[in-house]
Design a binder for this molecule. Structure first.
Ligand code: GLY
Ligand code: MN
Ligand code: MN
Length: 471
């Protein structure tokens, strides 16, 4: 392996820290690619930091903290998931970090910079337990951050926050655990509070607006990753359609879905998989997935693979025995027609809520005609959620809910849920139907990124007759 390291700049960073700031160019063309080769590039994250600077007011600094490590129980933590804004702006997936993004280049004692990432230091012993760390050199080399400093230097870092016109932050997390390690997230937040205590220039309102402005418009790199996440989610729906049969349990259907995710390279589901059969099809965010399915049940499968940070969110509703009953067909086709109306109005220049209005109108008229409701406003009994949300790094992604514009990715997911005991003919009871697709807004109209997963009754029934690899 030939590695050329070119040190362009070396100068002391802080008298205090003895850190070095370096620009490194590395030729890794002969390194075997045993890990992911389609990760977002440092240029992508740099471009996002620059775009944020464009939105920030003069003489301001934006401050972002990494996500806390969340404890599951005793010695076991949940898998670490970086804060989406932090990831979007830096690409760092490690905890115990804070990044400062300055509108203008700042001069410190002996260096100038427009951004500083404070992150965990390299530590052989700890890395043996919890995995490799980038360290300051890695942050500069792999992430393209201009300046990186070890996190335990943040407390004594000489940045005078009161000199800025605005210090832009999100609400600080007050529940972070104190690990007693110098430079841990608890320490970083406490240090920041000390540095900015009682300062009138701290602004918690505008940064979420700036981030929503940026994140709601996906770049080509993001759309490429979303296509991968969505395609593997469609493949999971297709595999489930082939494998589903009576006596299977909800968790076995979940296993098939998540097998397909992992097999195709997803890191994990982007949210807990919803596999709700029969009465559970009427529970919107059902996740326990413990029931044994009967041939008479409808199964709502609301799932999404997460790939390199980006999540899909696709719902299909399937008859467990492969055949929709007459009542199920009527409700299913009503939801499908409403969904198509929602997709058709997912157009550049339309208001964010127009797909919801289009879908609600059709469901209301349909339920009135079927005698399931008597008044239009009763529609909320059976369709009680919104039709759309932005999709991206979060399943319910950041966005401004204003006018739809090219690069937005939204879901269109109307549903009808008629639990047992509802005020209507019992023949409708326990029918829960949701159909959800992921729609890219383009200048030429909506593009259904999840169209690979069949949606019509005929297509679904045909696919359910096919042989599964899980027989
Ligand atoms: N899977 C959650 C939702 O559809 O919003
Ligand atoms: Mn959704
Ligand atoms: Mn969903």
């Amino acid at each position: 392996m030939r590695v050329i390291i070119l040190i362009i700049l070396v100068f002391p960073l802080l008298a205090l820290s003895q850190e070095i700031q370096i620009n490194l160019k590395i030729d890794t063309s002969t390194t075997p690619n045993q890990y992911d080769t389609d990760l977002l590039t440092p240029e992508f994250h740099k471009k996002n930091r620059e775009a944020l600077r464009q939105l920030m007011p003069n003489n301001s600094v934006a401050v972002f903290f990494s996500s806390p490590i969340k404890n599951r129980s005793n010695d076991v933590d949940y898998e670490y998931h970086q804060d989406p804004n932090f990831y979007y702006l830096t690409g760092l997936k490690e905890p115990h970090a804070v990044v400062l993004i300055f509108k203008e280049t700042q001069e410190f004692n002996d260096f100038k910079t427009n951004e500083i990432l404070f992150l965990q230091k390299k530590d052989q012993k700890n890395e043996l337990w919890t995995g490799k760390r980038l360290g300051v050199k890695g942050a500069i080399l792999d992430l393209g951050i201009n300046t990186a400093i070890e996190n335990d230097k943040f407390l004594n870092f000489n940045s005078d926050f009161k000199n800025f016109a605005e210090v832009l932050i999100y609400e600080l997390n007050e529940t972070v655990k104190n690990t007693s390690e110098k430079g841990d997230l608890y320490g970083l937040i406490q240090s920041f509070k000390l540095k900015t205590e009682k300062q009138p220039n701290v602004n918690k309102t505008n940064l979420p607006i700036y981030m929503a402005t940026l994140r709601q418009v996906k770049s080509n790199e993001e759309i490429a990753l979303m296509r991968k996440a969505i395609t593997m989610t469609c493949d999971a729906q297709i595999e489930l359609m082939k494998a589903l049969k009576p006596e299977m349990t909800e968790y076995q259907s979940e296993a098939i879905v998540e097998y397909v995710f992992k097999k195709n390279g997803a890191e994990y589901p982007g949210f807990p998989s919803i596999l709700g059969g029969g009465e559970n099809s009427c529970i919107i965010h059902y996740t326990s997935n413990r029931k044994k399915l009967s041939g008479k049940d409808l199964l709502v499968s609301d799932i999404g693979a997460e790939y390199h940070g980006y999540t899909a969110d696709v719902t299909r509703t399937l008859p467990v025995d492969g055949h929709f009953s007459e009542e199920e067909k009527i409700i299913y086709n009503l939801v499908l027609t409403a969904q198509q109306a929602g997709i058709d109005s997912s157009k550049t220049g339309n208001k964010f809520w127009e797909p919801h209005q289009a879908a609600t109108k059709i469901i209301t008229e349909g339920l009135l005609e079927l005698g399931i409701i008597e008044k239009s406003y009763h529609v909320q009994r059976y369709f009680m959620h919104g039709t759309s949300h932005y999709l991206g790094l979060d399943v319910h992604d950041a966005g401004l809910f204003g006018t739809l514009q090219p690069g937005n990715v939204i879901t269109v997911e109307p549903g009808i849920y008629i639990p047992e005991g509802s005020e209507c003919d019992p023949k409708w009871w326990n029918i829960g139907v949701r159909i959800e697709d992921d729609i890219l807004i383009t200048p030429f109209g909506p593009e259904n990124l999840s169209e690979k997963a069949p949606r019509t009754i005929e297509e679904i029934e045909a696919l359910m007759k096919e042989t599964s690899q899980f027989e």
